[in-house]
Design a binder for this molecule. Structure first.
Ligand code: AMP
Length: 210
């Protein structure tokens, strides 16, 4: 599981790690954005929370995760990115009988996050995330993986990022104590370069696997 503030790089690391270990990444943020793009009832209900930088209600995201983790591709393991984000969500995961092997918290100071977010870009088609400076595409404006067009998330606007950081500190950060108490937490300091953070992340994973 990856914990971390918005823009700390957890989605990017999750994508890299899931390819290396051939397991799926389950990202509630990506699932909600997909639902929004498709205009489903779920997407419509989530839109106002997401665009204001607030959390979608626990019952909604817990339902999404419960359904997603039942799929066959999760049988050999999976990575959680962006779930849980509150203590009740973590408790719901425990109640489902889902136990994490390792919880990696990627830590980046708020000032750096605010500066970084303005360069973040996402693929409209496959959702892969990039950064203009730290993780650029080979061809400007086009996804390396599928050639899709890149876009800027509405909730990456500076005012929204500030409220997302506040939400992170008040509602999500207590999860560090929650998983520390279970002996599962490892802190990884987010580095300037994606590959440097990846090296620290992979070292933490290998260490936990013995
Ligand atoms: P992310 O892509 O992980 O940054 O998620 C984008 C937005 O989706 C968040 O700012 C929340 O509004 C919503 N969201 C994603 N995951 C959760 C979650 N576990 N609990 C509540 N809201 C979530």
């Amino acid at each position: 599981m990856f914990l971390g503030a918005p823009g700390a790089g957890k989605g990017t690391q999750a994508e890299i790690v899931c390819e290396k270990y051939s397991i799926p990444t389950i990202s509630t943020g990506a699932l909600l954005r997909e639902a929004m793009a498709e205009g489903t009832e779920l997407g419509k209900a989530a839109k106002s929370y997401i665009e204001a930088g607030n959390l979608v209600p626990d019952s909604v995201v817990i339902g999404i995760i419960d359904e997603r983790l039942k799929k066959d591709d999760c049988k050999g393991g999976f990575i959680l990115d962006g779930f849980p984000r509150t203590v009740p969500q973590a408790e719901a995961l425990d109640a489902m009988g889902v136990e994490m092997d390792l919880v990696i918290s990627i830590e980046v100071p708020d000032e750096k996050i605010i500066a970084r977010m303005s360069g973040r870009r996402l693929c409209k088609d496959c959702g892969t995330s990039y950064h203009l400076i730290y993780n650029p595409t080979k061809e400007e404006g086009k996804c390396d993986k599928c050639g899709g067009e890149l876009y800027i998330r509405k909730d990456d606007a500076p005012e929204v990022v500030k409220s997302r950081l506040e939400v992170y500190h008040t509602q999500t950060e207590p999860l560090k104590d929650y998983y520390e108490a279970k002996g599962k937490l490892v802190i990884v300091e987010g580095q300037e370069k994606v590959e440097d953070t990846t090296a620290l992340t992979l070292a933490a994973i290998e260490k936990s696997r013995g």
